[in-house]
Design a protein around this ligand. Structure first.
Ligand code: GLN
Length: 251
């Protein structure tokens, strides 16, 4: 049985598969609902969530994706994938788009603005560092990125990012939850975990830091029944820490 599936309808699925390969794990491209039966966990990549949702609908993927989440199998959404997993989204195109849901949060689809407002930054990631070793910072590549504005009680925040309060309000006029003027800086949430669900607003697959992928592989092996297959591929998750882990490799 393949271990990790990567939803391969649109977006940066090849980059995720390349990182998995560097960790010694074969990522299986998932393009049809029945292929989900062949994997223990799933990565939903970044891309363009409206386009990805249209393709997912065309291929009748939504019921199978929801079932996969409900079964408690690990799912990691990056960027557009995070939007897919959110229970609630704002900043969507008129009419909205279908979501897989499961992650108790409200996501703003293009919180940081348009494509030209894309940026890179250092993020503090103590939980990731405690599980995977390495520095307490990781490189965050934000490409027309979403942000999480609210989370439910079950959701563990793994990284947040400070945004000046007026930028927040000005760049997102009229959006509920952004009207608070208190203080000069507010934080938005950019990485979370809720049980079997992991979500990042940025793109770890575009950097040389493999820790988010190894963290997700650990979630996969911790899930009942998956433990034997991952060991078989020979990945030693702890030996993959590199000295220079913050350099973007694909940009
Ligand atoms: N904001 C984009 C969307 O709505 C996601 C961008 C990304 O995945 N890099 O789809």
């Amino acid at each position: 049985m393949a271990l990790v599936g990567v939803l391969a309808l649109q977006g940066s699925y090849n980059e995720h598969i390349a990182v998995l390969r560097r960790l010694g794990v074969k990522g299986a491209e998932i393009k049809k609902p029945e292929q989900l039966d062949t994997v223990a966990s799933l990565i939903i990549p970044g891309g363009e969530s409206t386009t990805m949702a249209k393709l997912a609908e065309y291929h009748n993927m939504f019921p199978a994706l929801r079932e996969f989440v409900k079964m408690g199998k690990p799912v990691w959404g990056t960027c557009a994938g995070l939007i897919f997993l959110a229970n609630r989204a704002t900043g969507q195109k008129i009419g909205g788009q279908e979501l897989v849901g499961g992650l108790d949060c409200m996501v703003h689809r293009n919180f940081f603005g348009s494509q030209i407002q894309s940026f890179e930054t250092e993020l503090s990631v103590p939980e990731l560092a405690s599980k995977e070793g390495g520095p307490e910072l990781c490189r965050g590549v934000f490409i027309r990125a979403p942000a999480i504005l609210e989370v439910g009680p079950e959701v563990e925040v793994l990284a947040d990012y400070p945004v000046p309060a007026n930028t927040w309000k000005n760049s997102n006029p009229g959006v509920e939850g952004l009207e608070d003027n208190s203080g000069s800086e507010k934080k938005v949430i950019v990485a979370v975990r809720q049980g079997n669900l992991l979500a990042t607003a940025f793109h770890p697959e575009l950097t040389a830091d493999t820790r988010w992928h190894s963290y997700f592989l650990r979630m996969t092996t911790e899930t009942e029944g998956a433990s034997s297959s991952i060991v078989a591929v020979g990945a030693d998750l702890n030996s993959n820490q590199q000295t220079k882990i913050d350099l973007p490799v694909f940009l």
